[in-house]
Structures are given as C-alpha cells and as structure tokens.
Design a protein around this ligand. Sequence first.
Ligand code: NAD
Ligand code: UFG
Length: 330
Amino acid sequence: MAILVAGGAGYIGSHVCKILYKKGYEVVVYDNLSRGYREFAKWGEFIPGDIGDVRLLDNIFKHYKIDAVMHFCAFIEVAESVVDPQKYYENNVGNTLKLLEAMRQNNVNKFIFSSTAAVYGIPEKIPIKEDDRKMPINPYGKSKLMVEHILEDYDKAYGLNSICFRYFNAAGADPDGEIGEAHQPETHLIPLILDAALGKRDSIKIFGTDYNTKDGTCIRDFVHVNDLAEAHVRGLEYLLDGGETNYFNLGSGEGYSVREVIETVKKVTKKDFRVVEADRRPGDPAYLVADSTKAKEILGWKTKYSLDEIILTAWKWHSRIGESWQYWRG
Ligand code: NAD
Ligand code: UFG
C-alpha cells in the first residue's frame, strides 16, 4: 500500500511518516523544503517537489501506484496570513487544487487533509463539536475551510473520499528524540517556552492576562503529535475500508491556560525563567477545546499523551538539538 505524504518533511508530516513506515506502509515523502527539513524525511523515499507541480506529481502517481494521499503542505502563520493573504490562498488553496487535479488524473480517490481548529473562529460554545458554526477570523483559517468545501464538491462530482482532521494545538515530539517541532519562525507557545528554559530567549511573554478565564490567560487543547499520527493511520484504514468523506476534531478535550503550560514547563524541565505579561495578541480566541467524541466513536481514536508527556518529549528534542545550527531560530 503506497501513501504519498505531501509536506512529510515538516513537523506533523514527519511524525506521521515515521509511524506509517513502522506499520509497513510504503511511504513516499514529497516536500519542497520551504519549511521542512531534509533530515526529517528519512522514513520512506524522499522526492523534493512542489504540490503545484502537476507534471512531477503525475509521474510519481504513475511510478509508485499511489493508493492514498495525506496532505500536510501549507503556510501556517496566522498573523502573516492577515498581512499577506495572497501567499496563503495561493499555497493553501491554489496549490491544493493542483495536487487534487494530479490525483484526479490518476484516479487516486483517498485523501487526508490537515485542517485546523481555526476554521471555527471564535467558538459559540466549548467543547467544540464538528457541526458547530465555522466562521474563521483570519485568512489562514479561511484557506483551510475553503479546502474543506472544495473536498465536499469533489466527493459529489468525482467520488473523492476524504477526511479533514481539524487539529487543535499540536505539540510534543517523537519520544525517541529523532524529530520535533522546529518552525521558522516559531510562533507556538510550547517551543517558545522551551527556548526560554534553555536560555535561548530572555523570557516568555504571556499574550493577554485579562481574558474571561480561570486565570485570565487563554485556554488551549494540546494534542501530542504522535496522537495525531495515530489518528492518520486510523483515518487511512477507515478510507481504505470504504469509509465516506468525514470530518474529525483532534484534541484531548482538556483545556490548559497559558499560565498552566508555563508552570508545567518549569516543573518538567526543572528550569526557571522570566515570564512577562504582555498585551493580547490580535485574533486569539479565549477558549479552544475540542470535543473529539466523533473520532473516538468512528475511528476508535483517543489521546494517550498527557500535557506533562507532551512537554517532556518536546523538551527531550529541544535539549538534544541544542546548538544545531539548522534549527537555530535566533
Ligand atoms: P510545517 O510547516 O512544519 O510542515 C508543512 C510542510 O509542508 C513543510 O515541510 C513545507 O516545506 C511543506 N510545504 C509547504 N508548502 C508546500 C508546497 N507548495 N509544496 C510542497 N511542500 C510544501 O507545518 P506543521 O506544523 O507540520 O503543519 C502541518 C499541517 O497541519 C499544515 O497544513 C497546518 O496548517 C496544519 N495544522 C498545524 C497545526 C499546528 O499546531 N502545527 C494546527 C492545526 C493545523
Ligand atoms: N502565546 C503566548 N505567548 C507566546 C506564544 C503564544 O502567550 O509567546 C499564547 C497565545 O496568545 C495563545 C496560546 O499561547 O493564547 C497558544 O498560541 P499558539 O500560537 O501556540 O497556538 P494557537 O492556539 O494560536 O494556534 C495553533 C495553530 C493553529 C491552529 C490552532 C488551533 O498555530 O494553526 O492552534 O487551536 F489553528
């Protein structure tokens, strides 16, 4: 069974490749390395390329007899998407259409898409269920919702069976310490706190302490990257068994405040560092917590990693890469 993993040299995609490969799938990693790392693409065959390159994709589909595609490619910085929406719609929507077209030309009709909790915007209620209102508040979230709509139409018109996985806050790293989170630039909370713990930053800023939450800081639902990877394997099996197009929230169902995450990092790493209270970051919802009952009922999926384990695995990776130049974020 051959799986094309587009964006497989990135953070989440590489963890999925490792697990697919270990389960015996033939993995073809496809990535233009605009954000990923060649060193992360070591499970399966790596082919450098852009998802906008329909000719190259066509050759790959024919040569490897691809059965299903997992699509992780995107630009992912919410703030950048507000100032440069063209870049986001072009890559996240325009290039996705090219990938889908190459699939259609080769009769590949199983597709797993990395969507996001950002499609919900400011949620009306917590925890969030799949059918709740979707009103994204930035071009990044809109680009993901547009692809979800496109996939509905492609199912009706072309028989493309897809899964949209709406990840909540992906975090943690490979427990073996081989791969981890190294976005450039990094905007995510946990790796930034770990940088403060390592002394690579002089402090961590809390964006907003006046939210209507238990301690005034935002609440998020952190889900370990290997739990996400396990969901992808189950999603793939579901599609290969003839499962119909579907949507799943992937989160732990537990909400932690920014302050709680900082305290947990201090506890797990045994490091102290400066914490600075700052203004709210525009566009942050106060609460984002998933109801993942649907993934449990249909895919038999649930999270295995606690927040402590998420932070411990991330810390192991972060401390190991230490001074490695290629992951240095400055
Ligand atoms: P990432 O940037 O580490 O990985 C994305 C990979 O896609 C990179 O390796 C990049 O080089 C590649 N890529 C981008 N555009 C490409 C193109 N046109 N052609 C070929 N390769 C291309 O990001 P990530 O954190 O691993 O996120 C993976 C997916 O999950 C994204 O679609 C993102 O929107 C989604 N997601 C991530 C989070 C999170 O917390 N990290 C949360 C929700 C959703
Ligand atoms: N935060 C800080 N200080 C920092 C960085 C972040 O206080 O230095 C706060 C943010 O303001 C937010 C929380 O920590 O309240 C989490 O922020 P992240 O940037 O780590 O994550 P987001 O919740 O903003 O977004 C992430 C992904 C999105 C996805 C979303 C779904 O980047 O793609 O999770 O929950 F849509």
